[in-house]
Design a protein around this ligand. Structure first.
Ligand code: ZN
Length: 237
């Protein structure tokens, strides 16, 4: 029996890596290129990359209809995302597409639209993080040690204005004393959502094997068991 590959689309804003030499040095192929490189090592996954500067901001209905899991990294240009792009992604999640929002994408318009809260948090540059696994039985935590050290990371701290998550899988501790719900899951419509905090662009966080394993696990977890062609409709007579 042959099973088809999991179709992952990586959407990256791709601004910092082109504009700031120190960040380009960390991610010469872009953050999406790094994510693609390690996800492609999993033979059950096929990867497509799109970026903000592409036509239609890289997002079309056809692309999302052929996407099992969308990974989203954004920061500097969050406000540029159009209502149309937001609606396409929101509809796709409601109809079963998985969504993984990374780092500053907590504040993306798509996450705000899907979760309905401000998604604000406290932050500070230049810290380190201990990422504690608090839900080891969860599929996203398989093979992940109890604690992952991230030598250089931006501090994200509570209060993190999110709705109550389905599961809190990771809690981040920062050297400044703050803690943060760093890995949380939600369900919206038929779609599974994972928000994962590590991945500030000024440090090679996505090159860490444990971080790569968590994101790969999340792709498998978020993949739809079934995919509807359209968002759930109102049932009327
Ligand atoms: Zn950051």
């Amino acid at each position: 029996m042959s099973t088809r590959k999991l179709r992952v689309t990586i959407w990256n804003e791709y601004v910092h890596e082109r504009e700031i030499p120190a960040i380009r040095e960390i991610y010469p192929e872009g953050i999406h290129g790094c994510l693609r490189r390690f996800l492609s090592q999993d033979e059950s996954i096929s990867v497509t990359c799109v970026t903000l500067d592409m036509p239609h901001q890289g997002i079309t209905r056809e692309l999302l209809n052929n996407t099992d899991v969308l990974i989203w990294w954004s920061h500097a240009r969050q406000d540029d995302i159009t209502d149309e792009t937001v609606q396409l992604v929101k509809d796709a999640v409601h109809s079963g597409m998985g969504l993984i929002a990374l780092h500053s994408a907590h504040y993306s318009r798509i996450m705000q639209a899907l979760l309905g809260t401000t998604m604000t948090l406290h932050w500070r540059h230049g810290d380190r993080e201990k990422l504690w696994c608090v839900c080891p039985a969860h599929p996203i935590a398989q093979g992940i040690p109890a604690c992952v050290d991230i030598p250089e990371e931006e501090m994200y701290g509570e209060v993190f204005d999110i709705p109550r998550p389905d599961d809190v899988i990771f809690i981040g501790w920062f050297a400044g004393g703050e803690v943060f719900r760093s890995g949380v899951t939600f369900t919206r419509g038929m779609g599974k959502i994972f928000y994962f905090q590590p991945g500030h662009e000024e440090a090679p966080v996505y090159e860490q094997p444990e971080i790569q394993k968590i994101i790969t696990n999340a792709v498998h977890w978020a993949a739809p068991a079934c995919r509807q062609d359209a968002p759930p409709q109102n049932i009327a007579d």
